[in-house]
Design a protein around this ligand. Structure first.
Ligand code: SAH
Length: 345
């Protein structure tokens, strides 16, 4: 199914559940034919909630004085990576706010230590870092980098993501740099950001294809009380505003799979936060092939509050793991083996 922008937008506007069954079935078929039945598990380690940025959507923004801040030690990170290995995962994802306390050299040590001991694939998601940092971490053994462009509408992006004065680079430039450095590159958007229209969301999905991404993460925008978007909302709603719903998220997951058949697409935690019982499984049945279980030490989890009521804040990693694997098998899928690298041609 070749889809143009108008057709993508058309599907995004369909609310009739019967009609949408065709979209789910097509996405599931394209997923099976291109990335198979394996569901790859990536252990997520939220290594720091310090952040120097003031993104208007994100709960760990620098202006949120209510949050107590933490940064894991090298030992804590290694312990979480060992847990990933014990649980049979092929990858760890190290994520954080944009934290100047994470130095280039310290991160190099962390990447080297994880690689030497566990041989796991390593994905970094540490925000907008200088090219020198990205290069050194690649040389140390990092395999992948995640940086969502959040929205392809440049006006909206500027409004919600104030740039740093000394670093005018935008995220699309950094995605190109990451490709050139040899990383597998991941990006994505939030669905239903105030000011996001159907047309701009359709453009986001088209852009995924043009960027030739290895990984694409999409999740609903979930309002956090200690952010500019909630404290200073727009007075008049945008005509054609996209809703930040579970259903809209499935549509974007399904369309993304159809447009980018080879990519690794997670059923995200943000989606599971809207439907803790079924969100991940329905995501997997509508185009996704990856889940990212949270392996952050439990005492820090609530502090990595990018949005409220995040799924899996209180669950033990081992209990979550057992339930998840059993559910994956129950829908006729398999647990991924090995690193689950991108099959992008
Ligand atoms: N600092 C890094 C990674 C941490 S945030 C970065 O900015 O890339 C990881 C992702 O969480 C963001 O890219 C964004 O898409 C998502 N996110 C942040 N705030 C959110 C919110 N309120 N609702 C839903 N997703 C959010």
């Amino acid at each position: 199914m070749k889809l143009g922008k108008k057709e993508i937008e058309g599907w995004l506007r369909i609310e009739d559940l019967e009609a949408l069954k065709e979209l789910w079935a097509k996405a599931d078929e394209v997923r099976r034919e291109n990335v198979g039945d394996e569901v790859h598990l990536r252990g997520l380690i939220e290594i720091s909630n310090h952040c120097s940025r003031v993104c208007h959507y994100c709960g760990i923004n620098a202006q949120n004085g209510k949050l107590s801040r933490y940064r894991l030690t090298l030992k804590e990170i290694l312990d979480s990576a060992r847990l990933a290995k014990r649980l049979g995962y092929g990858t760890v994802v190290l994520q954080s706010g944009e934290d100047p306390g994470i130095s280039r050299e310290w991160m190099r040590e962390a990447v080297t230590a994880i690689k030497d001991e566990t041989e796991l694939a390593i994905t970094l998601s540490l925000g907008e870092r200088p090219t020198e940092d990205l290069l050194l971490w690649k040389q140390a053994g990092a395999d992948r980098y995640l940086l969502k462009f959040e929205t392809s509408d440049t006006d909206l992006y500027r409004r919600i993501h104030p740039p740093l004065p000394h670093r005018p680079l935008d995220r699309l430039d950094i995605l190109r740099t990451l490709h050139n450095l040899g990383y597998e590159v991941g990006s994505g958007v939030m669905i239903g950001i105030p000011g996001q229209t159907y047309e701009s969301l359709a453009s986001d999905i088209e852009l995924f294809c043009r960027l030739n991404l290895d990984m694409i993460g999409v999740g609903p925008y979930l309002p956090h009380p200690d952010t500019v978007l909630v404290r200073q909302p727009e007075k008049t709603p945008t005509p054609g505003q996209v809703p930040n719903t579970e259903l809209m998220t499935y549509k974007v997951v399904a369309l993304t799979r159809i447009i980018c058949p080879w990519s690794n697409i997670p059923a995200t935690t943000a989606l599971a936060s809207l439907n803790p019982d079924e969100g991940r499984i329905l995501g997997l049945q509508r185009g996704a092939n990856v889940v990212m279980p949270n392996l952050t030490p439990s005492r820090y989890r609530a502090q990595y509050e990018i949005y409220p009521a995040k799924a899996c804040v209180s669950e033990s990693s081992a209990v979550f793991d057992a339930t998840l694997k059993q559910r994956i098998l129950s829908i006729g899928r398999q647990i991924g083996r090995g690193p689950g690298s991108s099959r992008s041609p």
